[in-house]
Design a protein around this ligand. Structure first.
Ligand SMILES: Nc1ncnc2c1ncn2[C@@H]1O[C@H](COP(=O)(O)OP(=O)(O)OP(=O)(O)O)[C@@H](O)[C@H]1O
Length: 387
């Protein structure tokens, strides 16, 4: 039941957060959290760690580090994050209590309403989180895998897309096919069953992505258009070609089916020892005219595109009744005040819960919460106080 709460369209909001031994946050308890939660403090005080702890509550891991050793407070053996999620007041659903314990050695322990989850993956649907931080530039500048991950985040959270089941089967078929390819001189009949599975699952994955991408790109166009139109003419750079967004399948799908592509590329796959076509090679192509957007846009402009992409995902989910929690780390470091204000205007419209950090209190303006409930926190040497 609990694993699909988010997907049932219940607007969840994190109400309480308790953190133990998370970087410099030895023992922190935050209650009565609001729709907008602004956190400020000097460098190294522990702001990002709070956002990382919320991410860990949602997905059992930090967005900054995959290795848990460095995240657990120095000299401690484990970290614990507990959170209480309340549904929107219009529903009668009781609160959901999540607990995540990550020891230095051994397996992660996740409990939802006191019940132990068998796999950490079961947690993923409960509290969808989007992160906007300095590493978000990777969405435009990084490898295709970053954009595939971004796209699949949305596909995964959309109800009944079946995506959850297709991927493990696809991955297994791909691994088997690649290990046969690496053997070199093999009988093509050995590949046939794996090709069949790869095609069957690959087509389903591609279709689910296409469906989601159609919604995502329309939401992106609207949000990005609004962000741009709010900026002055000079910043809009009249005469510059418009930004375009397109999804590529991972093979030449306008010319060939996936089965035909695998067939056609067999000798080249055999030479390289891996499968070069399929949804595992899909990408999102963002261009300004003929140029890759990351090559021509400024840092601030890239960050604006990134914000629009993340906001668009939440808009698509919101239309399906699924709410998102936004973790925003130091937006003001890259965006000017007007752009920050416009991003927050979009967040208000999306009905999401926001945790945003900044070095100076004045970097996050009270007026940006626009009628949403707001609470402010100050962090100093890992101690958090309301202010
Ligand atoms: N495993 C750990 N145990 C204890 N302290 C740690 C650990 N890992 C990092 N720290 C420290 O925790 C502090 C909090 O880091 P955090 O990234 O949250 O700061 P921040 O307030 O976001 O800073 P900035 O404004 O520079 O981004 C830092 O002083 C860091 O050195």
């Amino acid at each position: 039941m609990f694993a699909v709460l988010g997907a049932l369209g219940v607007a969840l909001q994190l109400e309480k957060l308790i953190i133990h031994n998370f970087r410099n946050l030895r023992q922190v308890s935050l209650g009565d959290l609001r729709e907008f939660n602004f956190i400020h403090g000097i460098n190294g005080s522990g702001k990002t760690s709070i956002l990382e702890a919320i991410h860990t509550l949602a997905l059992t891991r930090s967005f900054r580090s995959r290795k848990i050793d460095g995240v657990i407070s120095y000299g401690c053996e484990d970290l614990i994050v507990r959170g209480e999620l309340s549904p929107s007041p219009t529903t009668n659903t009781p609160n959901t209590i999540i607990g995540v314990r990550r020891p230095k050695k051994g397996a992660v322990l996740v409990k939802v309403n006191g019940e132990k989850l068998l796999t950490a993956g079961q947690l993923a649907g409960i509290m969808p989180v989007q992160v906007i931080n300095p590493a978000s530039f990777e969405l435009l500048e990084g490898s295709p895998s970053v954009r595939r991950q971004y796209l699949d985040w949305g596909v995964f959270h959309v109800k009944h897309s079946g995506f959850f089941e297709y991927w493990p089967r696809y991955r297994k078929a791909l691994q088997q096919r690649n290990s046969l390819l690496r053997r070199g001189n093999i009988d093509a009949s050995l590949l046939a069953p794996w090709d069949r599975e790869l095609v069957a699952m690959g087509v389903l994955i591609h279709e689910a992505r296409l469906k989601h991408f159609a919604l995502l790109s329309s939401a992106f166009d609207l949000i990005y258009g609004r962000l741009l139109s709010a900026l002055d003419v000079g910043q809009n750079q009249e005469g510059a070609p418009p930004l375009t967004i397109a999804m590529t399948a991972g093979w030449k799908d306008e010319e060939l089916s996936l089965a035909e592509s695998l067939q056609k590329n067999l000798s080249s796959d055999l030479r390289s020892g891996f499968t070069k076509s399929g949804p595992h090679r899909a990408d999102i192509d963002l261009r300004v005219g003929r140029n890759a957007a990351g090559d021509v846009l400024s840092r601030g402009q890239i960050k604006t595109v990134v914000c629009a992409l993340k906001l668009a995902q939440s808009k698509v989910l919101l239309d399906q009744g699924i709410s998102t929690v936004f973790l925003i780390d130091d937006l003001a470091a890259e965006l000017d005040e007007r752009r920050c204000e416009m991003v927050f205007k979009e967040l208000v419209a999306l009905n999401v819960q926001v945790f945003a950090s900044s070095v100076r209190r004045t970097d996050l303006n009270d007026s940006w919460s626009l009628g949403k409930t707001l609470k402010r926190f100050h962090v100093e040497h890992g101690q958090v106080s309301e202010c």
